[in-house]
Design a protein around this ligand. Sequence first.
Ligand code: BES
Ligand code: MN
Ligand code: ZN
Length: 506
Amino acid sequence: MTTLSLSDSPATTLAVDALVIGVHADDGRAVPGPGAAEVDAALGGKLAAILASLGASGSAGEITKIATLGATTAPVVVAAGLGKPEKAADPEAVRQAAGAALRALAGSAKVALSLGSGSPGSGNGLLRAAAEGALLGTYQFVTYKSDLGKSYKAPVAAITLIVPDAKDKAAKAEVKRASALIAAVQQTRDWVNTPPNDLRPPAFADQAGTAATKAGLEVEILDEKALRKGGYGGILAVGTGSAAAPRLVQIRYRPAGAKKHIALVGKGITFDTGGISIKPAQGMADMKSDMAGAAAVISVMLAVAALKPKVAVSAYVPMAENMPSGSAYRPGDVVTMYGGKKVEVLNTDAEGRMILGDALARACEDSPDYLIDTATLTGGQVVALGHRISGVMGTSDGLLGRVKDAGQRVGEPMWLMPIPDEVRAGMDSAIADVMQIVAGFDRGGHMLQGGAFLREFVGEGVEWAHIDIAGPSYNTSAPYGYIGKGGTGVPIRTLIELIEDIASNG
Ligand code: BES
Ligand code: MN
Ligand code: ZN
């Protein structure tokens, strides 16, 4: 993986292949940002004129390369657009600019960044953002390329961040934090991008268990036999159609002196065909990403093991492959879930809530102070909020607000959605305790139906938040900023931010 280090040497003297500076947009022209002063001086005060002659506008995501011809030790200066002037101090603008620059610089070995974190008094917020964005922008998934070819551009190997004092303890801690956190994000991106034939539930559970054990965490994996013995009817129903059996992976982090306990649950459908209620062929391959919630939760545990917050965190991760077959569950089935509730199945494609119901009920047995699940649960989330904003529902306004705010701080936008009484009422079953979806395959408010169903499995009084990441966890469009094609790692950084918030503030 790419290394990250700090330097307080003048940016213009660093032995790197490229030096990244920030520029913002002023009336359609690029204006050098706070980290660009030394470069401007080295270029005889002509940086703005050079940028103008190249037509640079300073808009967000814009990358302009300048040959410095000996004026700086770096042969190339890269001007990364931050957008409007007020964005110069916005962590997300810096994160996106750093990511865009590092994507554009693939093929270079060493890169330095001067994006404002070097200015005295800028604090470490921009340093954190630059570190995260830069590392995120190096991501590539080439595991399945047998020949990378002559034009292949390897990710940048070494990133140097320019700061006022490279020996500053808080700045060094930011480097360590970003390295651990982004390693976790890259792990999730790898898992999400891995083809579904190579990541069926037993393999996924093995990989999760191996990684978590290596990180020093407690691991317990329930296989199909243990799931049957434990009465995990939802996980078993979905998994029964596949030749690869389901799993429930449990991972625990219990530091001494922790005052709170957070439980995390993530949807791990390693491939979602829809089952007997089969999906159309168009786009079905993207359903390899239906385990993005599981991957995120497992990766959060790996990051927690490295960051060591003073709060207990437990993960409950159900994994199954949703296939149509002679042994598959079917519409009309009544399934007895973990804890005894009976669910009338109407559509086998609403499988996420079946495996999550079991896991939520199991998590509540351990009396967590906070319970958070994340899942690629509904196409309705994408319809309502698009590809970049996750939908958040739950039982506690306090927790929901904290989840949304944490997402805002880390650049993973979220929006609060209701769980209306009439939606839940539409799920009353004539023959069982609850129906899995609203009767008559009502197309309205699918995301809310998912939330209403999951709430049935949350214990009385437990503060619970559900994050539907169907859109934001997987980018099917062109790369932008620090996001490439495929798995994004949403909502790992939000969950870590929230865990650190709870560790400090309860
Ligand atoms: N995994 C899908 C949801 C999804 C859709 C994720 C698009 C990412 C992108 C989920 O299991 C599903 O199929 N949901 C159905 C539920 C319906 C049958 C009630 C949906 O949203 O259409
Ligand atoms: Mn489905
Ligand atoms: Zn699904």
